[in-house]
Design a protein around this ligand. Structure first.
Ligand SMILES: Cc1ncc(COP(=O)(O)OP(=O)(O)O)c(N)n1
Ligand SMILES: Cc1ncsc1CCOP(=O)(O)O
Ligand SMILES: [Mg+2]
Length: 203
């Protein structure tokens, strides 16, 4: 299993990646919602080339067809995305796959597709999107790690820089964050601080 960086920011445009990836991000998700296909495709291309130039693993959220067409190699799918996706086509194209989980049934389903990581969320309350699940808490992170074994575990949801070490200590291999970075008054400084704080977990 490939080693993924422990710091996993999620950003909603190629412009954000252009701003932050060169600071030393090694794993990033492009998560764009509700934009026309031309915009999605253009941003995916820009992100692909930028990440290749900076030795950063790009993960494309949701748009697995565009990711294949544009020569990307890692996608993230939630449970509803999995309902609609052609997993055979995804595997034939050689894409790696991360899957979201929120409960036991979703975890069983995720493990059955042989994921390259499993994400558990929301670890803490999140303001990014409305979710029907109560915060999972740190004990659940440990339980998930015992169940996924060697599959990398991503903790997501309400994770701040201050909370990151606790989530990693609880069993996550990777911590993911959106608003802690994008709503910060100084996102560049915040990313540098995240990189410094997670360096000891990187190999
Ligand atoms: C690392 C990571 N974990 C979870 C999600 C959420 O995926 P999903 O449930 O499909 O919801 P959307 O992000 O598509 O709104 C994620 N994107 N990344
Ligand atoms: C997309 C997603 N999936 C589970 S929690 C979440 C939102 C994470 O955003 P934040 O880090 O701002 O809470
Ligand atoms: Mg999705």
């Amino acid at each position: 299993m490939m080693r993924l960086d422990p710091f996993y920011p999620i950003l909603d445009s190629a412009a954000w990646l252009e701003r932050l990836v060169p600071l030393g991000i090694r794993l990033v998700q492009l998560r764009i919602k509700d934009r026309p296909e031309e915009v999605l495709r253009a941003d995916i291309r820009t992100a692909r080339d930028l990440c290749a130039a900076h030795d950063c693993q790009l993960v494309v959220n949701d748009y697995w067809r565009l990711a294949i067409e544009e020569g990307c190699d890692f996608i993230h799918l939630g449970q509803e995305d999995l309902d609609a996706a052609d997993l055979g086509a995804i595997r034939r194209a050689g894409l790696k796959l991360g899957v979201s989980t929120h409960d036991d049934g979703e975890l069983s389903r995720a493990l059955a597709v042989g994921p390259d990581y499993v994400a558990l969320g929301p670890v803490y309350p999140t303001i990014l999107k409305k979710m029907p699940w109560a915060p999972q808490g740190l004990e659940r992170v440990g339980e998930w790690k015992r169940r996924v074994g060697d599959v990398p575990l991503v903790g997501i949801g309400g994770i701040s820089l201050e909370r990151a070490a606790g989530v990693l200590a609880a069993g996550a291999d990777i911590v993911s964050a959106v608003t802690d970075i994008t709503l910060n008054t100084d996102p560049e400084a915040r990313v540098r601080a995240w990189i410094a704080a997670t360096r000891e977990y990187a190999t």
